[in-house]
Write a new protein. Structure first.
Lengths: 354, 363
């Protein structure tokens, strides 16, 4: 019996202490308030739309003003207890959670105000890899700067299989290997299985399966029909996603991503679409606007997702939600529901595993 | 750790910039500012930021097609059971016929586990508008310096040729110089092209855990999966290959391209470096003043030098075709040789020149 483990080749970890570095990228940011940073004028306008969101009197995360009459976007999963917002003038306002949209982890909160400066969102569709980005701060200067690491992309739901390059004569996509701790392994898929149907759609080959998967998100449930040794088998599974913690124990990726004690956002997976940057933001520094060199708001920083990445929810994902969030379509009760749903899923997994 | 900050202070110009932005005054310079890839200071104006952004963008466009993922199946035997693991890393194509530079630890196990070139690997490569898996075979490695080579064994997308990057001299990089990293952090992810990160050269790490490695240190963040991937200057030339990280976010270490260049032919030939040390079997007279060569106090009996005809008192004036003035000169050359190599040695003996051939032994 062979056990298969997927190892991501370690960048070997150097654990000896390192000498003090000279100038670093963060020098470009400099401490907030230093107007010497060339990014200070670039983020100035967006800073006026950035607030501090506090929970039980503790700075928790940042917020982005989206309507002048007191509506602020922030990171839903960070909110707990008594939520207040510290405004630009230092006053602290009680905040009411008006909406929670779980796929994007956005919450809309309301404070009593009617002359706030909302951001004006710009599409990221034409923003290429390598362009500068800067995270606004609730003060002066940027919270962080960096570049676009990966242009805006839809995050695909993962089956967690390696597919054979050559399709079987009869069609379908052949499983060459099953990634450990992935959705497929959890559901009991095996090497050699041929996936012939996904949610009732016939799979003609590996490319077709990949294309079909593009329309799914991490967390989506799908039904597969497989051919195994002449028999037809049906499997139901929940798609995984990049960075989704595996079902069994930490992997080397997690260890390296938090090496040095650098914390990641608790909710850092399951987003539908993101703009990936190399900005360094702490989890509590997410939730504010992110701008390009022209000061245009490209989106809201939504998660510190790893050692090399801070994720931004792009404008084109946010703007279609705003009116519905304001009008009550996404009541905040889903915050509590998600907790219960997670418990239910764990019970179900124990039943399915053979 | 206290980071020394620049003592330079610049007068506040925030208000002026804001006024310029509001007035919508177009770029003042007649010629657009171009970013000098060798520059070691930070951009300090909107025009310079734009120039740098253009440079970064050009590097991304030029170098992404040559940045690849590498997959290798490793077999281990633990408690009598065969276990397979898949190692994933990155690499970069440096020639049109598909020569790939990567990290030794992506394609070879740690010594003393033996490694032989010629292992099959799978490379994930951009192929036109798609991504394809192609086959390659491993070539040589330097397991101390963490450098390695792979040869793609399939034809490339450009009339059979592969897109490739040029290899620069890393020794010319200066502290503060801006650099760009590409790679596949976390392993190749379908739908995600190579991930770009920007940072600056922080200095050389000569020793890692007591071993001389001469790694470049930058603050372009890298993580598992990036190993073997490329580090570029802002002219788009390759200067490093990702190797290790430290706990701080600004400790990211890359094998210098100069290391690759030193071992180039040997790695192409599939050699496993570093070679075991080569032996001469000579006791030198270290105290002789200005001998005009390396003075042999004793050519030890039955050792390689003596076997080649060397005698006590010989003055080595040329070693392996190079003039030598001291025992250290001989040692420098010897370091690059391997056991079994035959070297030509010219000595002065009793006023005459004698040419010897010495077959180097193993320490």
């Amino acid at each position: 019996m062979t056990a298969r483990r997927l190892l991501t080749a370690a960048v070997v970890v150097l654990l000896a202490s390192a000498p003090a570095p000279a100038q670093t990228v963060s020098e470009l940011v400099s401490a907030r308030g230093k107007s010497t940073s060339p990014f200070a004028p670039i983020v100035a306008k967006a800073n006026e739309s950035t607030v501090r969101v506090r929970c039980d009197d503790k700075d928790t995360v940042l917020g982005t003003i989206v309507f002048a009459d007191g509506y602020i976007l922030t990171k839903a999963s960070e909110l707990k207890g008594r939520v207040t917002v510290r405004m630009a003038d230092g006053t602290e306002e009680d905040a009411e959670i008006v909406a929670v949209h779980t796929p994007t982890d956005l919450a809309l909160v309301k404070v009593a105000a009617d002359d706030l400066h909302p951001v004006s969102f710009s599409s990221t569709r034409k923003v290429p890899v390598g362009n500068f980005v800067a995270a606004a701060s609730a003060g002066t200067g940027p919270q962080s700067v960096g570049i676009v690491s990966v242009a805006t992309r839809n995050l695909r739901g993962y089956l967690g299989v390696f597919l054979a390059r050559i399709d079987p004569d009869k069609g379908g996509a052949k499983v060459d290997d099953v990634a450990p701790s992935g959705a497929a392994e959890t559901a009991g898929l095996k090497k050699g299985d041929v996936i012939c149907e996904l949610n009732g759609k016939t799979i003609t080959g590996e490319q077709a399966l990949r294309k079909l998967l593009e329309s799914f998100k991490p967390g989506d449930e799908v039904k597969l029909k497989l051919q195994r040794e002449g028999k037809e088998i049906e499997k139901k599974l929940t798609l995984g996603g990049p960075g989704v913690p595996p079902t069994s124990g930490p992997n080397r990726g997690d260890i390296q991503n938090t090496l040095g004690g650098h914390r990641l956002s608790v909710r850092r997976t399951g987003f539908p679409t993101i703009l990936q940057t190399d900005m360094i933001l702490k989890p509590e520094q997410c939730g504010g606007p992110v701008v390009d060199l022209d000061g245009k708001v490209l989106g809201v920083s939504i998660a510190r997702a790893g050692r090399v990445e801070t994720w931004v929810l792009p404008s084109e994902t946010i703007t279609p939600l705003l009116a519905d969030m304001k009008s009550g379509k996404y009541p905040p009760i889903s915050l509590k529901k998600e907790e219960n749903k997670a418990d239910k899923k764990d019970d179900k997994k124990e039943k399915d595993e053979k | 750790m206290i980071v020394p900050r620049s003592a330079r202070r610049v007068a506040p110009v925030r208000v002026l910039f804001a006024a310029l932005l509001l007035a919508g005054i177009p770029a003042l310079a007649a010629d657009p500012v171009k970013w000098d890839a060798a520059r070691t200071t930070a951009p300090d104006s909107p025009a310079e930021l734009k120039a740098m952004q253009d440079a970064v963008h050009n590097v991304v466009v030029k170098c992404t097609p040559a940045t690849v993922g590498v997959k290798l199946e490793n077999e281990m035997v633990i408690k009598g059971k065969k276990l397979f693991s898949m190692a994933q890393g990155s690499g970069v194509i440096v020639s049109p016929d598909g020569l790939v530079l990567t990290a030794a630890h992506v394609i070879s196990p740690e010594p003393p586990t033996p490694y032989k070139a010629g292992r099959e690997v799978t490379l994930i490569v951009p192929f036109g508008s798609q991504v394809k898996e192609v086959k390659g075979k491993t070539l040589g490695v330097n397991r101390r310096m963490d450098s390695g080579m792979i040869q793609i064994t399939e034809k490339g997308p450009n009339d059979g040729k592969w897109p490739y990057v040029s290899v620069a001299k890393a020794a010319n990089i200066k502290k503060g110089q801006w650099l760009l990293t590409l790679g596949h952090p976390g392993g190749y992810e379908p739908g995600r092209p190579p991930v770009a990160r920007l940072g600056r050269f922080q200095g050389l790490e000569r020793y890692i855990r007591g071993v001389e490695m001469n790694l470049l240190r930058t603050d372009t963040t890298i993580v598992g999966g990036d190993s073997g991937g490329p580090l570029f200057d802002l002219a788009g030339s390759l200067v490093g290959i990702h190797s290790q990280i430290g706990p701080p976010l600004d400790v990211n270490l890359h094998v210098s391209t100069d290391t690759f260049k030193t071992d180039w032919d040997a790695m192409l030939a599939g050699d496993v470096l570093p070679y075991p040390p080569a032996k001469l079997g000579i006791v030198f007279d270290e105290k002789a003043k200005n001998p005009g060569g390396a003075l042999v106090e004793e050519a030890i009996k039955d050792e390689p030098a003596a076997a080649g005809g060397m005698k006590d008192g010989d003055l080595i004036v040329k070693f392996d075709g190079k003039k030598v003035a001291s025992p250290d000169d001989v040692r420098d050359i010897l370091r690059k040789k391997k056991p079994g190599d035959e070297v030509e040695v010219i000595v002065k003996r009793d006023g005459e020149s004698v040419t010897l051939t010495v077959k180097l032994g193993r320490k």
